[in-house]
Design a protein. Structure first.
Length: 337
């Protein structure tokens, strides 16, 4: 007797023509996490029925979509419900640590909140030794008198309540540009991390740090008065030095769909330094313009996440005396689900 040799391999396959839409089925899961993804795009539901797969193996199956989609899974008796972003889904990838991996191209565009079903089969191939062992047992049992075997019916297992997977941490970085009420520009960056609530830190500067921290050595004078001195004294010259720097930290939290709100506080310095000198006698005087302000820095803004991209629009202040607007563009790291 000659037997062909096969490698022991658990091969996952989608049963041909098993994918179809379930008429009348809608996604009515009361949990809001199973109704739409982080970008408020509705989920479709694919009921994946399984054959030749144990309950333990079924709970170890993992499902992924293409990069633009989110997925959530709900394990049930004999099947797995896969919630997937309907708008962008092109295929579904199924994997298991002990099985092969399969990518199944969806044959049609999924409809939001609608239900579909398909059958996943484990076509396990047996080895020569397993076949010979089975033939040997059959031969031995044919020589013995038949015995009545009582098989105890296994106790019915209650379905386990599905657990809602925690959303991943999303770390973001944005590059920012600002301009204040005196047309003084600055640039900087913001870093942060969040689920539904998180934290952020932002740093802004115009790149000039001359005389920072030396305001006690300088005289304060109104900007108009400084200009009058220059106009009345042709031999006077002035050098202006703008200084802008702020460090603000705070909290960011999700309010609706991709939209998040930022609130923060910290330190801010916005000032105009003036060095005036008389070219006739080399006399030098120093002033700080009247709009200069140091101390508390506050921020209130909006930040939207579109997939891996972030856009922000903020308003900031120094001691509620100097106000500025900020815009930012950046990237959101982390796996999207």
């Amino acid at each position: 007797m000659v037997l062909s040799s096969y490698g022991a391999l658990a091969q996952l396959e989608i049963k041909p023509d098993s994918f179809k839409e379930v008429e009348g089925f809608v996604n009515i899961n009361p949990d809001p996490n199973y109704q739409s993804d982080d970008n408020n795009q509705p989920f479709a539901v694919i009921k994946v029925r399984t054959e030749n797969i144990t309950d333990k193996q079924r709970r170890e199956l993992r499902f992924e979509g293409n990069a633009a989609t989110f997925t959530l899974t709900e394990y049930k008796i004999g099947e797995v419900w896969v919630y997937i972003t309907a708008k962008y889904a092109d295929y579904i990838k199924i994997s298991h640590p002990d099985f092969s991996t399969i990518e199944f191209a969806l044959p049609c565009d999924l409809k939001p909140k609608c239900g579909y079903e398909m059958t996943l089969v484990n076509n396990a191939k047996t080895t020569d030794d397993e076949i010979l062992e089975r033939l040997k047992r059959l031969e031995e049992s044919s020589k013995q008198e038949p015995k009545v075997v009582y098989v105890e019916k296994p106790a019915e297992q209650k379905p386990k309540t599905p657990t809602t997977p925690r959303k991943p941490w999303n770390t973001f970085v944005t590059l920012n540009f600002s301009n204040n009420m005196y047309n003084q520009a600055a640039f900087g960056f913001t870093v942060g991390t969040m689920r539904k609530v998180g934290v952020f830190l932002t740093f802004m500067t115009d790149g000039v740090f001359t005389n920072v921290g030396e305001e006690d050595k300088w005289d304060h004078m109104k900007a108009e008065t400084i200009q009058v001195i220059l106009d009345e004294n042709p031999s006077y010259r002035a050098e202006r030095s703008y200084v802008s720097m702020s460090v603000i930290g705070g909290v960011i939290f999700k309010v609706y769909g991709p939209l998040n709100v930022k609130i923060g506080g910290g330190y801010s310095n916005t000032s105009l330094w003036v060095k005036m000198y008389d070219i006739s006698d080399n006399r030098i005087d120093y002033w700080v313009s009247d709009y200069s302000s140091y101390g508390f820095g506050g921020l209130l803004g909006l930040q939207a996440h579109f997939g891996h991209f972030a856009v922000s629009l903020d308003g900031a202040t120094t001691n509620f005396k100097v106000f500025e607007g900020r815009i930012g563009l950046g990237y959101v790291f982390g796996k999207k689900q």
